[in-house]
Design a protein around this ligand. Structure first.
Ligand code: NDP
Length: 491
């Protein structure tokens, strides 16, 4: 019999139930009748208490030096992975509530720890003020933390995305209230409790529950000084409006419809096909910067389709807990409907759709939120599978004749998150990447497995505002403070 998990809120240094005792159920997307656990259904009162706790904890946390905070962050990183049995247990819960394969849930857990270390490594650089000595004034330009940071995480990569905002907010000197996604709350909450327990009370607070009850209560709270949101464009727009009421600054990491350009001189080796597969289909394609449109030079089109098709067809679709599974179900029924709708539309309009992969357990496949990995060959650019973010396991492949045409097609989109160029000529690839409207471009790679987290990450156009990751990922949680006096002050 499988264990049923129960998770709690965490406010002001203590785990607690929702103020009205409410909980909600989370089911396994591989077999939706299986209950994985109950998460606390926080209320607006709980959210208010969490924000006030973070506000009270802020002065003492902000007063620590960067080195002191870095030491604490390193201890948190070590604690996240030190107990291998506990990590394995959390990873299994994560796979059961989310659907993604066990290898990826482990990857997310370790990524979260790595981001704490990365943020701690900026201590020395963060401590450097800029000094301006000029005719009229001598000025120290320093930065100070903002206060309570509201951190909103989506379901698709909940721990890795938490790793793009929580360590950075803390390193910068902020305290935090985290709202995990209702669709994947159990494993993230367990990791968050472990983190919060190692910090002074109130520094990290966790409120799970339905966004309709607690979302605006967090974003619109007058004591929240910064919002870092990752999710959809529609909710991002709403978040920006609610935050505007208190002139609260926002970072928004929204959707993407990433283009990959395969040039005539690309190295189409077996490793490249593996990389392309991972770029498009990792986490069942539910990644904001997954490869979502592939443009291939006409001279290499057939070769690319044959090679990629073979790799995709070898994938095993099933329960993410089984070692042989390489692709799990989608996370939820709504997202599955979106993707199957796009595939059905492509087929109805005459596209060549290949649904690939091996399905050892057809009974399970019929029950769960499964979609085999699909390629849409020679897709019409007007199809929704090309125009819209699929957020699922389907990749349209289109051809181009000239680089100008490829760039124009890549940029003809509402999003501008990431992109990739595949070529053996590095100079040519970089020159082309510079012409793509994207916040991050990969060369001969694409997606989270190729991102070391050291550069700012975010998008143009509807992909959002601001940047996570890298040094800027920390300093976004701070504001400038200039301290000036007449020239000679700093002599
Ligand atoms: P949603 O926008 O539906 O939700 C994102 C988060 O916002 C969830 O935690 C959700 O809570 C919460 N939320 C909803 N309403 C409010 C509100 N009024 N106030 C505060 N928080 C609120 O996105 P999904 O979770 O469905 O994630 C998928 C989307 O996220 C895709 O479009 C994808 O492109 C994008 N994404 C972008 C990334 C990036 O880095 N650019 C990374 C990952 C995903 P609840 O779950 O409880 O509804």
């Amino acid at each position: 019999m499988t264990e049923i998990i129960e998770t709690h809120l965490y406010i002001d240094g203590a785990a607690c139930r929702a103020s009205d005792g409410g909980t909600y159920e989370i089911h396994n997307p591989a077999r939706p009748s299986e209950l994985v656990g109950h998460a606390a259904a926080g209320t607006a009162d709980d959210m208010d208490r969490a924000v006030r706790a973070a506000h009270s904890a802020f002065p003492a946390w902000a007063a620590l030096s960067y080195v002191e905070r870095a030491d604490i962050l390193r201890k948190v990183a070590a604690a996240l992975t030190e107990d291998t049995a506990a990590v394995e247990a959390r990873a299994r819960i994560f796979t059961r509530e989310h659907g993604k394969i066990l290898r990826e849930t482990h990857l997310e857990i370790s990524r979260l720890g790595e981001r704490f270390v990365q943020s701690a490594d900026y201590a020395e650089r963060l401590a450097q003020d800029e000094i301006i000595r000029a005719t009229r004034n001598d000025t120290i330009v320093t930065r100070q933390p903002r206060g309570v940071a509201a951190l909103v995480v989506p379901w698709n990569w909940p721990l890795a995305i938490l790793g793009a905002k929580l360590p950075q907010a803390l390193m910068a000197g902020n305290t935090a209230v985290v709202k995990p996604s209702a669709n994947s709350a159990l494993a993230p909450t367990l990791s968050l409790h472990r983190i919060a327990e190692l910090l002074p009370p109130g520094v990290v607070n966790i409120v799970t529950g339905s966004a309709s009850r607690i979302g605006d209560a967090l974003i619109g709270h007058p004591l929240v000084r910064f919002v870092n949101f990752t999710g959809s464009v529609d909710v991002g727009r709403h978040v920006m409006k609610v935050a505007a009421e208190n002139i609260t600054p926002v970072t928004l990491e929204l959707g993407g419809n990433d283009a990959g350009l395969v040039l005539s001189d690309a190295d189409l080796s077996p490793q490249t096909f593996e990389n392309l597969y991972r770029a498009a289909f990792m986490s069942t394609g539910q990644i904001c910067y997954a490869l979502k449109r592939l443009y291939v030079h006409r001279s290499r089109f057939d070769e690319l389709v044959d090679g990629l098709r073979a790799v995709v067809d070898a994938q095993v679709v099933g329960d993410g807990l089984l070692p042989e599974t390489t692709m799990g179900p989608m996370n939820n029924a709504r997202q599955l409907r979106t993707v199957t709708g796009m595939i059905d539309e492509a087929r109805a309009r005459g596209a060549n759709v290949l649904e690939l992969g091996q399905v050892p357990d057809t009974e399970l496949y019929a029950q769960g939120y499964f979609q085999r990995p699909a390629l849409v060959i020679g897709a019409d650019p007007a199809l929704s599978v090309v125009r819209e973010e699929q957020f699922g396991p389907v990749l349209p492949i289109l051809s181009f004749d000239s680089e100008d045409e490829a760039v124009a097609m890549a940029n003809d989109d509402q999003f501008g998150l990431a992109s990739s160029v595949w070529s053996t000529d590095t100079g040519r690839a970089i020159a082309l990447a510079r012409r793509i409207e994207a916040g991050y471009s990969f060369i001969n790679a694409h997606g989270p497995s190729a991102n070391d987290g050291l550069a700012p990450f975010g998008g143009f156009k509807k992909s959002g505002i601001g940047r996570n990751f890298g040094y800027e990922g920390v300093t976004q949680f701070q504001g400038f403070h200039a301290i000036a006096g007449a020239s000679g002050l700093l002599a």
